[in-house]
Design a binder for this molecule. Sequence first.
Ligand code: BDR
Ligand code: CA
Length: 311
Amino acid sequence: MPTIIDCDPGIDDAIALAMALAGNELDVRAITTSYGNVSVSQTTTNAIRVLDWLGSDLPVHAGASRSLLGPAIDAAVYHGATGLEAPDLGKPSRLPDSTAAIRFLIDALSSGGDKITIVALGPLTNIALALRIEPSIADGIERIVIMGGSTDYGNDSPAAEFNFLADPHAAQIVLDSGLPISLFGLNVTHRLIATPERLGRLRAIGTSTSRITADMIAYFEAVYVQRYGFAGAALHDPCTIAYLLEPSMFDMRPMRVDVDTSSGLSLGRAVYDVWGIAGAAPNAEVAVDVDPEAFFDLLDARIAAYPSRSS
Ligand code: BDR
Ligand code: CA
């Protein structure tokens, strides 16, 4: 499955990359980065540090530094000032590719080769811009699998989930693209809680990769315990990879989804026409349920697939 991962690492982005690159099912061709959890220069550095950790030399293309119409917001309160504070993955071994993310996306998706699945783990600015600049790239996209939105409450505002709030207009452009879209919101990711027992199982794999993964997730935990009263961190972004590898763990429903782009209390809120009341054709399949045990079993299996290294 030829894949490009667009991300803003970010702790859960890093875990998603680790899950994706543990085998070759997804045939990941490149990583594109965006502002989001922290600045784009920092998420790009982090993407390279994560690839170094995982032993991957995939190209990394740096993308948007702010949203289409507004400034960049960030989620450093969850991910720490650098987006990946602990454990220390060291300095990046290289610079990003000299081709910017949007140019790269347009070229890769216009090549006439295999259709590519895009996994979107941050604000949707890069993908929206590429679709607007060169609409014909839609022909090169198999589908877009997105972590964003929520059928219930928000996390970065009372109403909105972070990735959609960061660039509501970009999210709407992508939802209007007519492409097959799979959407994973907080309503499922807030059920993927890395409890102490689950983190213990991950650590018990006993490899450096499992220890680093568990330490990363543990760093993320405090805000989930304090703000939400959860028993651990929620693993948002990795659920997209879990879906591509094992779709049966999710219950997906087709529906029309739009994003509130008007300023005000609900800016960035995704509106799901669960009952088809507006009479509009569905534009996405939406995750409405997940099997958390199947998810954590898959996470363990993917992390255990990395060879044991001494560090
Ligand atoms: C999303 O926001 C980011 O902080 C996470 O990486 C995830 O993509 C969750 O709302
Ligand atoms: Ca993310």
